[in-house]
Design a protein around this ligand. Structure first.
Ligand code: PHE
Ligand code: NA
Length: 446
C-alpha cells in the first residue's frame, strides 16, 4: 500500500499516545533498572540522562521531521528526501537497517513479554504471597530452566502481537494507553512507597544518583547510549513512520520534550521501586535480566492486597510491552506487504512467525543453548547487544546527519519554530554534538 497521502493524527494527544505506546515498555521497567545495576548505578544513570538529552531528543525530533517531510514509510522517505535534495539514494539503506533491527529486537522482547505474562498468571494464583527472596529467586530460575514453559509464554505473547497487527487495529489501542499508562505509573509509585518502608531508600538514592565518575568507562557509555536509543524507540524508523502522519501544526520540540520526560521518569521511578528491595534483601544489583522478576514479587508478596496489586502490575506491564511490540513488528510487516503479493494478514503471519522462530533461539540461550556463544555472548545477549549498541545508534546517527548536514538549515529551524539562539543550539546539536558523541562512543568502546 503506497502511503502517499494518508490520513493524519487527529490531534497532538493522539500522536503522543501512539508514540508513548511504542516508547514506554519493557525498556523502562525491565531493562533500565537491570542495566543500572549491571553498570554500577549512578555513573550509568548520569551518562544515560546526558545521552537522552543530547543525543536522544535531537534524534527523536529529526526522525519525526524526516517522516513528516517524506510522508512515506522510512525506506522510501529517506530515499526520496535524499533524491529531492540531490543526494544519493543509499540513504534508503538506513531505513532497511531499521526494519531489520525491529525484527531482531522483537524476537527477544517477546521472550521477556512472555515472562511478564507468566508473572501475571502466577500473581493470580497467589504464588508470591509470603515468600522469601530465596523462594522467589528459585521460582525465577525454575522458569529460566524450562524451555517448554518459556516457549509457551513467548508463543502466547507473539500470538497476541500477531493478532493485533494482522487485524490492523493498532490505532485502536491509543485510548487504552491513555488509561493504562497512568495506572502503571501509579502502581510504580505504590512500589516506591513500599521501598521507602524497607529502610533502604537512602541507599537506593545514593546508588542511583551519587555517581562515582571513576566508574565511567567506554562500556558504560556505550551501554547508556544504546539504552537511550532503545527506550525512545529510535534508530528503527518507527518514529519516522509516526512522523509521516503528523500534521504541519504540531510543535515537534514541545512534543518530544513531553515524550522524553515521560519515558525518563517512568524508568527512574522503576529503579526507585526496585533497588530498595534489592538492598533490603541482600540481593545482587547486577542480577541481570531477571532483576525485576526476583525483586518486585517480594513487594507483592508482603503487601496486603499484594496478590491483586501484582496481578494488575504485571498485566499493565504486559500491556505496555504489547504496545511496544506492535510497533516493533509493524515495519517488518509493511516491508513484506510492499514487496510481496501477500495481504496484510499474510505479511503479518510471515513476519510474526519468523520473529517467533528467532525468539526460540533467544529463549534457549537461557538454558539448553547456554553454552552456544556468538562473539562471546549468548544468543539473547548477542541480539540485544547487536541491536541496542550498534544498529540503533548507527541508524539514528544517519538520521541526524541527514537532518543536520543534508537538509536546508533555515527551513529546518523555521519548521521547528526556533529563534536565533535556538537555531544555533539545534544546529550545533545536530551537526556536531550528537553525531560526534555517537561516533566517539563507538570508537572508544571498540
Ligand atoms: N522503546 C521500547 C521500550 O522501552 C522498546 C522499543 C525499542 C520499541 C525499539 C520499539 C523500537 O520498551
Ligand atoms: Na522506553
Amino acid at each position: 500500500m503506497a502511503k502517499q497521502l494518508h490520513a493524519q493524527w487527529s490531534s497532538r494527544l493522539t500522536f503522543i499516545l501512539a508514540v508513548t505506546g511504542s516508547a514506554v515498555g519493557l525498556g523502562n521497567i525491565w531493562k533500565f533498572p537491570y542495566m543500572v545495576g549491571d553498570s554500577g548505578g549512578a555513573a550509568f544513570v548520569l551518562v544515560y540522562l546526558a545521552c537522552i538529552a543530547l543525543v536522544g531528543l535531537p534524534i527523536l525530533v529529526s526522525e519525526w521531521l524526516i517522516g513528516r517531510r517524506g510522508q512515506k514509510n522510512p525506506i522510501n522517505t529517506m530515499t526520496e528526501l535524499a533524491r529531492q535534495n540531490g543526494r544519493s539514494s543509499a540513504w534508503g539503506v538506513v531505513g532497511l537497517s531499521g526494519v531489520l533491527a525491529g525484527f531482531l529486537i522483537l524476537s527477544f522482547y517477546s521472550v521477556i513479554g512472555g515472562w511478564s505474562l507468566s508473572y501475571t498468571v502466577n500473581s493470580i494464583g497467589g504464588t508470591f504471597t509470603g515468600q522469601d527472596a530465596d523462594t522467589i529467586g528459585e521460582l525465577f530460575n525454575g522458569l529460566l530452566a524450562s524451555p517448554g514453559v518459556l516457549l509457551a509464554w513467548h508463543s502466547l505473547f507473539m500470538v497476541l502481537v500477531i493478532g493485533i497487527v494482522a487485524r490492523g487495529v493498532t490505532k485502536g489501542l491509543e485510548g487504552a494507553v491513555r488509561t493504562m499508562m497512568p495506572a502503571l505509573g501509579l502502581l510504580l509509585l505504590v512500589l516506591v512507597g513500599y521501598g521507602m518502608t524497607t529502610g533502604h531508600f537512602g541507599e537506593t538514592l545514593g546508588f542511583m544518583f551519587n555517581p562515582d565518575l571513576g566508574a565511567v568507562d567506554g562500556g558504560v557509555v556505550l551501554a547508556a547510549m544504546g539504552q537511550a536509543f532503545f527506550t525512545l524507540s529510535l534508530g528503527m524508523g518507527i518514529m519516522m513512520a509516526y512522523g509521516s502522519y503528523l500534521g504541519e501544526k504540531v510543535d515537534l520540540l514541545r512534543t518530544a520534550r513531553t515524550v522524553v520526560i515521560l519515558d525518563t521518569v517512568i524508568a527512574l521511578v522503576a529503579g526507585l521501586a526496585i533497588f530498595p528491595i534489592v538492598f533490603a534483601n541482600g540481593l545482587d544489583p547486577s542480577a541481570g535480566p531477571g532483576l525485576i522478576f526476583v525483586t518486585l514479587p517480594l513487594a507483592f508478596g508482603s503487601l496486603s492486597g499484594g496478590a491483586l496489586l501484582g496481578l494488575i502490575f504485571f498485566l499493565l506491564l504486559t500491556f505496555a510491552a504489547l504496545t511496544s511490540a506492535i510497533s516493533l513488528l509493524e515495519p517488518t510487516v509493511e516491508f513484506i506487504e510492499e514487496r510481496t503479493p501477500l495481504s496484510r494478514v499474510g505479511a503479518t503471519l510471515v513476519g510474526g512467525i519468523a520473529t517467533w522462530a528467532l525468539g526460540i533461539a533467544a529463549l534457549l540461550s537461557f538454558n539448553v543453548w547456554g553454552d552456544f556463544l556468538i562473539l562471546g555472548l549468548g544468543i539473547f545477549d548477542f541480539l540485544d547487544t547487536l541491536t541496542s549498541k550498534f544498529m540503533l545508534p548507527l541508524t539514528g546517527l544517519a538520521a541526524i546527519l541527514f537532518v543536520g548536514w543534508r537538509l536546508d538549515r533555515h527551513s529546518v529551524s523555521n519548521e521547528l519554530g526556533l529563534g536565533r539562539t535556538g537555531a544555533i543550539v539545534w544546529h550545533l546539536l545536530t551537526r556536531f554534538v550528537a553525531p560526534i558523541g555517537v561516533i566517539i562512543v563507538f570508537v572508544t568502546s571498540l
